[in-house]
Design a protein around this ligand. Structure first.
Ligand SMILES: *Cc1c(COP(=O)(O)O)cnc(C)c1O
Length: 357
């Protein structure tokens, strides 16, 4: 049976990519060896890393003067790497937009190193909206935001204009829509939401921002270490980088960001269209801030839950239980999710309405 994978992360990857990746675990690049048993300094693997970085640059049209890195530690390690590299050791400060659980965690790490503050916070309504009209202090070393709030299903549609460098956690919507990299000082994303398996983190950083903090940064946390060694300062997560490279190539072959952003808009349109039309359901995020990646919704009548859960499971749908902090349901519609999977879920919702008695 076809399984429709709506998992929030780790999550769906293209079938073709999984096939190629499993093949490479058996035998890679005509070497009669596995991808994961050869040196990361071999010509074959260096080719993979170079190609992965090149694809990030191509797909996002990364301007000159920016470095692209593949690191370990997930997006969570970036929560501390960012202030280490960008916040002045003496009298430093940073402004955070607190739009969800991940943003809160990012702020907490920055506060360990200096005067990081929340300039906005949408926890008053359980993070169901994106605060507007933020005033970003000119004295901050940087401003930090989260482009897509995976747990609460909100997404920044228009990034604020900022007098200081913008740092953005794009873990759950990178490569899903066009972004103007030039407007950001630093972008980071864990791979496992829209790019590949867990274990790799992509960082895109404006080189000019580095080296001005007067801080003694631990070697592994210093972006300059990894820029200088082209993400090969130590053993990179070879499998995660390889699969990310395949996914990015898959995306490029189909028409890149233009193609996928139209497809994502179509999927989100189908999903929210049904949530709004069907009297049994309601969305949890404010309409104008709804995420194209994660649609959060509730059943208005809890007594239908058991029946609905049985129905979607029988239709081969997987991974739509909401996060415990929101409840209800969350349909994650990352790049690799085909529109047919969304149609299947919509059909089940319609069927529930028709048969509820
Ligand atoms: C999943 C997620 C994270 C955490 O990523 P890890 O790689 O597990 O550290 C951070 N930010 C956002 C927006 C996420 O969706």
């Amino acid at each position: 049976m076809t399984v429709h994978n709506f998992s929030a992360g780790p999550c769906i990857l293209p079938k073709e990519v999984l096939q190629q990746a499993s093949q490479a675990v058996q035998e890679f690049d005509g070497l009669d060896l596995s991808l994961i048993e050869i040196s990361h300094r071999s010509k074959s693997f260096i080719g993979v890393m170079d190609r992965a970085i090149e694809l990030v640059k191509e797909l996002l049209e990364v301007p000159k003067g920016y470095s692209v890195l593949f690191l370990q530690g997930g997006a969570s390690l970036e929560f501390t790497m960012v202030p280490h590299n960008l916040m002045k050791a003496k009298g430093g400060s940073a402004a955070y937009s607190v739009t969800g659980t991940w943003a809160k965690k990012a702020l907490k790490e920055a506060q360990k190193l200096g005067a990081a503050t929340a300039i906005s916070d949408s926890s008053d309504r359980n993070f169901c909206y994106i605060p507007k009209d933020e005033s970003i202090p000119e004295t901050a070393d940087y401003y930090h935001c989260t482009s897509n709030n995976t747990i609460f299903g909100t997404q920044i549609k228009e990034f604020p204009s900022s007098p200081v460098p913008v740092v953005c956690d794009m873990s759950s919507d990178i490569f899903s829509r066009k972004v103007d990299v030039e407007k950001f000082g630093l972008i980071y994303a864990g791979a496992q939401k829209n790019m590949g398996p867990a274990g790799a983190t992509v960082v895109i950083v404006n080189d000019e921002l580095l080296g001005h903090t007067g801080r003694d940064i631990p070697t592994m946390l210093d972006y300059r270490t990894h820029i200088e060694k082209e993400s090969m300062f130590h053993t990179p997560p070879v499998f995660a980088v390889y699969v990310s490279m395949l996914t990015l190539q898959w995306l490029k072959d189909r028409g890149g960001i233009q193609w996928v952003s139209e497809r994502n808009a179509k999927k989100a349109g189908m999903m929210y269209g049904e949530i709004d039309r069907n009297p049994l359901f309601e969305g949890t995020a404010d309409r104008e801030d709804r995420s194209t990646m994660n649609a959060c919704f509730l059943l208005k009548d809890d007594s239908l839950k058991e029946r609905f859960d049985e129905m979607w499971k029988a239709a081969g749908i997987s991974g739509i239980n909401g996060h415990r902090s929101v409840g209800g349901y969350r349909a994650s519609m990352y790049n690799a999710l085909p529109p047919e999977s969304v149609q299947t879920l919509v059909d089940v919702m319609k069927e529930l309405e028709r048969t509820k008695g």
